[in-house]
Ligand binder design. Structure first.
Ligand SMILES: *Cc1c(COP(=O)(O)O)cnc(C)c1O
Length: 392
């Protein structure tokens, strides 16, 4: 059976999945484990701020889980990504390749290092950077001189590319890395949405030199606010820790800072929350997968809308479920958004493409036709762990 989708039918379908719930939030944090105990321990002992055992524990658990050799906890994902982009060699005035279809923080992290975002297009299955289109584009736009990639038009260096795992679906890391190798460009992964996602069996962000995670309140797990740098090289890991902790030379009492450092460290109280949340991650992932499968079954016969699924090479964390409206429905997006939100089915559009934002509109960019085509068609629907639990 096939039925043409309307806002009303969409609301009915989604509400039908959760008959006992009136309001369906987009994504809420879930604290059902040791969160209370670990945070209480911070309060009881007074170790709430920049020093304490939970920061070290959290970093260790992150390396265990992701398989990345080093993790540096940070105050948020944007700060983590900024340090990654900087450690990848980006200097003021360099261009950094980045998809136009991502959260503003990805480009902000680049701009905070003085880099100039250079926008490229995505592909339809993962919503990640399209490797083949990237190769084509770089062949026309860039040239490698003495091991450094330059933009032929602007003359600026291109040292780094930031890929994004949109909604937790891993981009095609190997294919993109192969192109970047050809053009002598470092790959940094914005894995803010991808904790618990695997690319060909490897955790997202664990195989590139540098990657950033986020533990903001809306992510798959939260530390209140927080992030982490995943880094492979031990020297870079030390430098990341040093830079994010005011660049102070270790000493029992002396204040000697050898660079302009950052106060980007994650407070112990947030790390305590993170340790408890990480214990829940396998359960969260299972519940999210089940929620996705339920959505997949209720939408399988719908015409006019499709549910975004993990690419064949990946195992996604299914952080946020996304519906893709048929092209013919793109101009009705506002009607869908208004009706669904009013009916208690919290729905959000995908981001406004970054080259449309005032601070990035004069940045260099490739053809962005796929991103532009998807921009008005992708809607995120309720995806929290709490909703998945209501299915049990
Ligand atoms: C959440 C997010 C960030 C930023 O993380 P914060 O912890 O909120 O600073 C960066 N990139 C993407 C793709 C995100 O979803």
């Amino acid at each position: 059976m096939s039925f043409p989708i309307t806002p009303e039918s969409l609301i009915k379908t989604i509400k039908g999945v959760f008959p006992s719930l009136q309001q369906l939030p987009l994504h809420e944090p879930r604290f059902s484990g040791n969160e209370w105990a670990y945070v209480k321990e911070c309060l009881d002992t007074g170790w709430v701020s920049s020093v304490g055992k939970f920061v070290d524990l959290f970093e260790r658990h992150l390396t265990d889980y992701t398989g990345s050799p080093h993790a540096v906890a940070c105050v948020n994902g944007t700060a983590a990504l900024e340090i990654c982009v900087r450690l990848a060699g980006t200097q003021a005035g360099d261009e950094v390749i980045v998809p136009a279809l991502t959260f503003a923080a990805t480009a902000n992290a680049i701009a905070h290092c003085g880099g100039i975002p250079h926008f490229v297009d995505c592909e339809r299955t993962s919503l990640g950077v399209d490797a083949e289109k990237l190769r084509q584009y770089l062949s026309e736009t860039a040239q490698v001189l003495d091991g450094t990639c330059f933009n032929r038009t602007t003359g600026r260096k291109i040292k780094t590319l930031v890929i994004v795992h949109v909604f937790g679906h891993p981009a095609d890391i190997d294919a993109i890395s192969a192109v970047c190798n050809e053009f002598k460009i470092h790959v940094v992964e914005d894995a803010a949405e991808a904790l618990g996602s695997f690319y060909k069996g490897r955790h997202a962000g664990s195989t590139s030199e540098l990657a950033a995670l986020s533990f903001n309140g809306n992510k798959i797990l939260t530390t209140g606010g927080g992030g982490a740098i995943l880094v492979r090289n031990p020297e870079l890991a030390k430098l990341a820790k040093h830079l994010t902790t005011t660049a102070k030379r270790p000493h029992a009492w002396e204040f000697f800072h050898d660079q302009v450092g950052y106060n980007y460290r994650l407070p112990n109280i947030n790390a305590a929350l993170g340790c408890a949340q990480l214990e829940q991650l396998p359960r969260f992932l299972e519940i999210k997968r089940r929620l996705h499968e339920t959505y997949a079954s209720v939408f399988q016969n719908s015409s006019g809308v499709s549910l975004l699924a993990e690419p064949t090479y990946a195992r996604s964390n299914y952080w946020l479920n996304a519906l893709v409206l048929a092209p013919s429905l793109a101009d009705q997006r506002e009607v869908f958004l208004k009706s669904m939100n009013e009916a208690g089915v919290m729905t959000r559009p995908i981001w406004t493409l970054l080259h449309r934002l005032p601070m990035y509109q004069s940045c260099p960019r490739s053809d962005l036709s796929v991103s532009e085509n998807l921009e008005k068609r992708v809607l995120n629907i309720p995806s929290g762990v709490g909703l998945g639990e209501a299915l049990l």
